[in-house]
Design a binder for this molecule. Structure first.
Ligand code: AVI
Length: 328
């Protein structure tokens, strides 16, 4: 059974359970280090909580990236030029995307998203702001190669992937995605991509454990979602949000930490958590100039320009899909 439950197309079993969610959770809870893929943080409540996170004072990435887009319009116009089809991986943000489009005068805008409702709303919003701009929303999973609309086939393309969402993937998956983006956009295209930077640990930890507890709610919402959608009985009150810096892998990790020994069931399967044991729920990798460049090169993209915000917390990199001129 397929349904447009909530926002995206999902595959439900005969009892109405999302099969992919169930198998990811059951498999993840069966590992020695329990872990659930971060994409399941984003149900309706989780997506709203993430929006709220972008406004808490400790969470700097959204403000820092917006500042770059606002202040460096002239640089983008020079480096990117006009007349490109901008292909945004994700539905687009009401603040960041218009800033970019204003500075580069594109020929078309193509938002790609798996969540049709979000996609159509964002596309309508954008069309209202840029009445002369052709907008071609495409409902698709951009982790796989996407066939772009015929109307943009002959236009030079620029991919836009802001937010440092690339950092939510382990490097192997990030490289796969960058290669897939190259296949989608084609040889000679450009990519403007956000990378959050390595910085003081306390600043990083605070960004993922804000004083108002919004990020904690975002993380705990996953346990609530498991209970609600997978007939679970996790004691949410006995789980605590924790943001950890993993220095070996240069990433912030979100965990749900058991405050006591717990036995619980999910979708009819029994699990235990010992006091202090955790469920790992998200990675947010942070980058230096070289590690970001290496990731891009591994994915088939040659970095050509890089911009930072005034406090040097966040970077936007422009890269090109061109055949490398240097050997081998
Ligand atoms: C969506 N992504 C880039 C956010 C990040 O910073 O890694 C998700 C997030 N998780 C907790 N706070 C924000």
């Amino acid at each position: 059974m397929t349904s447009t439950k909530g926002l995206a197309l999902v595959d439900l079993d005969e009892t109405g359970i999302d099969k992919a969610f169930r198998s990811d959770v059951l498999e993840g809870l069966s590992q020695p280090q329990k872990a659930v893929p971060a994409r399941w943080l984003y149900d309706d409540a989780g997506s709203q909580l993430f929006e709220d996170i972008t406004k808490v004072p400790e969470y700097y990435p959204t403000r820092a990236e917006t500042e770059i887009l606002r202040d460096r319009g002239q640089d983008f116009a020079e480096a990117i030029g006009s007349g490109r089809a901008v292909v945004e991986f994700g539905s687009g943000s009401s603040v960041k995307t218009p800033l970019l489009l204003e500075s580069i005068s594109p020929a078309a805008y193509v938002p790609l998203d798996i969540a049709g409702d979000f996609l159509r709303a964002a596309a309508a919003d954008l069309s209202a702001k840029f009445p002369g701009l052709p907008v071609f929303p495409v409902e698709a999973d951009f982790m796989r190669r996407v066939e772009l609309p015929e109307e943009v086939a002959d236009m030079p393309k620029m991919g836009f992937f802001p937010g440092s969402t690339i950092g939510n993937m382990v490097p192997r998956t990030a490289v796969d995605l960058l290669r897939t983006m190259r296949d989608t956009l084609g040889e000679g295209s450009q990519l403007l991509i956000g990378f959050d930077l390595i910085k003081d640990r306390q600043v990083l930890k605070a960004a993922y454990d804000d004083a108002a507890g919004v990020t904690a709610e975002f993380n705990l919402n996953l346990a609530r979602r498991i209970n609600r959608e997978l007939d679970g009985n996790l004691d949410v009150a006995s789980l605590k949000h924790e943001a950890r810096w993993n220095d070996d892998f240069a990433r912030i990790e979100m965990h749900l930490v058991a405050q006591r020994d717990m036995e619980f069931e999910v979708a009819g399967r029994k699990f235990t958590l010992r006091r202090g044991e955790t469920i790992h729920t998200e990675n947010s990798h942070k980058f230096g100039k070289r590690s970001a460049n290496t990731l891009l090169l591994a994915g088939g993209w040659t970095p050509v320009s890089r911009w930072l915000d005034s406090k040097e917390r966040f970077s936007l990199i422009l890269a090109e899909a061109s055949i490398p001129r240097s050997a081998p």
